[in-house]
Design a protein around this ligand. Structure first.
Ligand code: UDP
Ligand code: MG
Length: 314
């Protein structure tokens, strides 16, 4: 490549006032002395309530290559990434967390792979020691269940941290859905991809913005966005329960004919009633989950609203 190529970093931030300057310092360390790359840093302020925006504006006066997209409220990381992708202009785009858990030192090797011709370079966490046992176990079972049910599969232990060529970003921008499970969308668009491994460090400053409940909902989002198996499975569960109960009914009828009426049976009736009642409620719940999503999707609301874009260069 003879021309200088532009690399955009897409960085969602939500209450990260203390994380910004360590992040910028690290990025400067990684990119100092690289004359072949023009760097653009797109920060998306996802409705922070601390001084994140002020810090970003302050930093921008020293680094004109920073672009700040201020969203009108907290729309969540997925929406923030979407906003960043839509506003980035680079020939390649790297999505990265601001807390240095996605090590910027990996970016040069990602660029190398990109220059070799890969359109997507994924960063795969070889160990997640920085996450709790529970988070790792639940993440593993999520990936397993998701990949049993959905196509295309999403690679386990790959987060949003990745490099994408402009063609991939343009493809993502074409996807119209409101419910955006980025990990799924990233793999849905396809393209030639490769993986580099790293070990995920602990968060440098601040705290994680994802608690258990948020992650659970995120997992439901992922499953229902990419699979309708949970809807279809009810047909089979229904068959599996009703065929034996029909046979059982026939058996009881025959038994009554042969040996007369048998009074005991309260326990088995209760079990059958509560078990079937529970199954039906779960089934209705799953239906509701999809109905709700169809309803929300049908409103065609935008994924996010921008209050203001702060930009120096153009
Ligand atoms: N983030 C965001 N909006 C949110 C939650 C998180 O933009 O509603 C950003 C956050 O500022 C950080 C990145 O997403 O840059 C990853 O968040 P976090 O480190 O809390 O997630 P974890 O590493 O614990 O999965
Ligand atoms: Mg983090």
């Amino acid at each position: 490549m003879t021309d200088k190529s532009t690399l955009s970093l897409v960085v969602p931030v939500f209450n990260e006032a203390d994380s910004i300057s360590p992040f910028i310092n690290k990025i400067n360390g990684v990119f100092s002395g690289r004359s072949d790359i023009h760097l653009e840093i797109v920060f998306i302020n996802d409705g922070s309530s601390d001084s994140t925006l002020e810090n970003l504006i302050q930093t921008q006066s020293d680094y004109p290559n920073i672009k700040i997209i201020d969203l009108s409220r907290n729309f969540g990381k997925e929406a923030a990434i979407t906003a960043g992708l839509e506003q980035s202009r680079g020939d390649a785009v790297v999505v990265i967390d601001v807390d240095l858990q996605d090590p910027p030192e990996l970016i040069p090797s990602m660029i190398e792979k990109w220059q070799e011709g890969y359109e997507v370079v994924l960063a795969c966490r070889t160990n997640r020691d920085s996450d709790s046992w529970l988070k790792r176990a639940s993440a593993n079972s999520f990936y397993w269940i998701h990949n049993q049910l959905s196509n295309p599969k999403i690679p386990a232990n790959v987060g949003d941290f990745r490099l994408m060529d402009r063609v991939v970003v343009e493809a993502l921008k074409q996807l119209p859905e409101t419910h955006r499970f980025m990990k799924g969308l990233f793999s849905w668009v396809g393209f030639k991809s490769t993986v580099i491994n790293y070990s995920r460090p602990k968060r440098e400053t601040g705290v994680s913005k994802f608690n258990g409940w948020k992650l659970w909902n995120f997992a439901l989002e992922g499953l229902t966005s990419f699979s309708t198996e949970p809807l279809r499975i009810w047909t089979y569960i229904g068959l599996a329960v009703s065929i034996p109960s029909f046979l059982f009914a026939v058996f009881i009828a025959i038994r009554v004919l042969i040996s007369g009426v048998d009074v005991p049976g309260y326990a088995s009736i209760m079990v059958a009633v509560t078990f079937l009642g529970g199954l039906q409620l779960i089934g209705i719940g799953v239906l509701g989950e999809y109905m709700g999503r169809t309803y929300m999707e049908s409103k065609r609301r935008p994924n996010y609203i921008i209050r203001k874009i702060f930009e120096v260069e153009n």
